[in-house]
Design a protein around this ligand. Sequence first.
Ligand code: COA
Length: 331
Amino acid sequence: MSKITAAITAIGGFVPETRLTNHDLEKLVDTNDEWITSRTGIKERRIQNEPGKATSDMAVEAVNELLKKRGIKAEEIDLLIIGTITGDLVFPSCANIVCDKIGAINAWGFDLAAACSGFLYALETGAKFIETGKHQKVVVCGFDKMSAIIDYTDRNTCIIFGDGGGAVLLEPNTEGFGIIDSILKSDGSGREFLHQKAGGSLKPPTHQTIDAREHYVYQEGKSVFKFATTNMADVSTEIMKRNNLKAEDINYLLAHQANKRIIDYTAEKMNLPSEKVLMNIEKYGNTTSGTLPLLFWDFETKFKKGDNLILATFGGGFTWGSIYIKWAYNS
Ligand code: COA
């Protein structure tokens, strides 16, 4: 029997309507458009500010789009995984809620928390259920509503993050297309530089933690930047080397959209020209687990069957990794 690989066969995405531009942020904190654009590449982000709407509502839109495009029903989904750190509730999982809302009555599912590497980790996990023959249809989502945990009085973080994400369908392939190789890494000692201080079991929320604004993202940007550039570049060049891929063999790099300078550094180490480096950071900012699926969503029409794609991420934890995909279809 030929080897089963997990191939992406459909894509969906969603970003909320409301735009938060750099000029809007100038009214909230001491910053300016020129500083944000030159330091990060971000011009605006999307914010889900409709009352009663949460991460699951964005994921529902994307999964429904994907099902329609592939011409299948929610009942056919075997497993649904969501990379997220901003699920609707502490429990149950956002995946449980999404399955209920879309009518995926035959699916099981769970959330996977790996901050900005959430989608990459979830893609690797979902692929294993396809490769082993256990499942035929696995939906992998990456979504975050970062505006729920961002302090809009903190200029170190509020300029970076936005809301949104996307979903992909994984199905078995026996012709050598799909996920070919992966390298996943983590180093929990990096947690001191990027975390949320309160709201977990270490420090359950109290009036004091709220007053101290500890329910928001805390980040030491310079340290995160240093680790992100080195680690994302290292893991991307490592996956190229062990698959004998030269820059000319790679069609596109889909790198986590945290900072344009981090992406440029990774691309430079891989010797990739700018036309092979996909970017949409200017319009969405850093959507945490959402960035990679949003790249798939925005640039799907560029991909041709047989294209070599390299995914790369770095995020809180620290977590990071790279996945090599041989694209499975012409859209
Ligand atoms: N607007 C204007 N000035 C700002 C500012 C803002 N939003 N934020 C910080 N500054 C100031 C600082 O106070 C500092 O001033 P000083 O020199 O007088 O002390 C100066 O700008 C430089 O700050 P610094 O933090 O060194 O800037 P930086 O070049 O490291 O850029 C980040 C800051 C956050 C954009 C950058 O560190 C970064 O992108 N880090 C990684 C973040 C990331 O990827 N997070 C997600 C993890 S995946």
